[in-house]
Design a protein around this ligand. Sequence first.
Ligand code: BG6
Length: 492
Amino acid sequence: ENTINASIVLFGATGDLAHRKLFPALFQLYQKGQLQENFAVVGVSRKDFAHEEFQKIVAEAVETHSEADDHDALKSFSSHFYYLKMDVTDFKSYHDLENLLNQLDRDYHTGGNRMYYLAMAPQFFGTIPGFLKSEGITDTPGWHRIVIEKPFGRNLETATELNEKIQESFDEDDIYRIDHYLGKEMVQNIQVIRFGNAIFESIWNNKYIDSVQITSSETLGVEDRAAYYEKSGALLDMVQNHMLQMLMLVAMEPPGKLDTKHIRDEKVKVLRSLRFYNEEEIHENVVRGQYAEGSLNGSSVPGYLDEENVAAGSKTETFVAAKLFIDNFRWDGVPFYIRTGKRMKTKSTEIVIQFKQGPMALYRANNVKHPPNLLRIHIQPDEGLSLSLNAKPHGDNMNLLPIDMSFCNNCQNEVNSPEAYEKLISDSLLGNATYFTRWDEVALSWEFIDSISNAWSKENQVSPARYPSGSMGPKEADELLEKDGFTWWDPS
Ligand code: BG6
């Protein structure tokens, strides 16, 4: 019943994202039967390709970037792909698109449903929707939705301009702003873990929780993306979107209902309660780092400043750690520590809830400090949950021994981004916007991020603290927690 009839126009069809994530995700939806006969994909870019060439590229990309090896299925899947060379800034190009789409509507019985997926340079995010509307492409009787990759603006001002432009052509309900972390299995699981378990929900507040940590570390460096990354840095690349999204899901109030509006309403309220810092507080509570050379998995890697296309003396941060507060009834006084960075020791995303120590005087002999109870939500590469408790060692005296109860949802060492894309594409085709970011969320997150980037850009820019590649970040990030009597819980 979830079969989809639609054409998908993919702007940026020769790009990295299309190859690594989007084609494999679409193929999965095909294998699962959500896409069957009545769909077509139009790949758009500036290059020249014949349809057949493009179909081959698609099939190869799926083979390379997923485990797919069913050649017949790949062949029939890729036969649904068409290619169009377009200059997206020229209205005439859109007439070719319209002709092609009209023909595909007839051939594939799409009902005129159209999804426009913008996976290309962000400077065209505003241009394309305008032409789609002015050239009549959005006039067919079916639904019309636009999916937009990040970055959604560079700050509140540019994001607002972009949003106003898109809203001239699409209603908010038809705008799907992607944050691929929201498609990750365990990110979606946060709400179930919280609201589906009485033992957690009843203690999910400042009476019992001492602190929350969210770490998303990567081993990759900037790779070949310096042109983009030099302007974004980790703050815009990871914190504005993925990190804040996870924070919202951990901190939000239970929604009245599990529908799109209620869930997004509750998420937005978290951002509204986020404490804004003045400049001085930003220097105290937000750490900016940049990787220096170091060693990863036994081989030495260059520092950020020696990477290709990075400006001499660049102050772009590749690491951010911050202590945040959510000033509401539930979270009053509980620090939320977040950190993310490139060229760190491991590729891992984890949320750790650290519970307060109970009245433990009974077991405090010899001044030994016992480990706190931790609930770890493993987002990737392992997907699961673990709970650290204290118990008595077998046969020994009444000592405490830390034990771990863990549940593994999927413990293959595979990062699940393609799967995240599969979920999000499926949702957008089915019209479910729950795990996409609403405009008010985006606006508030920019407002908060702007306060940090502004503080950093003053006085010849705050220089990032160096950390060796292969470490867990600069010592300033450790000190941020030590001041409060905490330490980071590295991925277990
Ligand atoms: C992207 C960032 O949004 O997320 C990249 O632009 C980053 O810089 C990536 O590497 C991380 O995603 P994942 O799914 O691999 O954790």
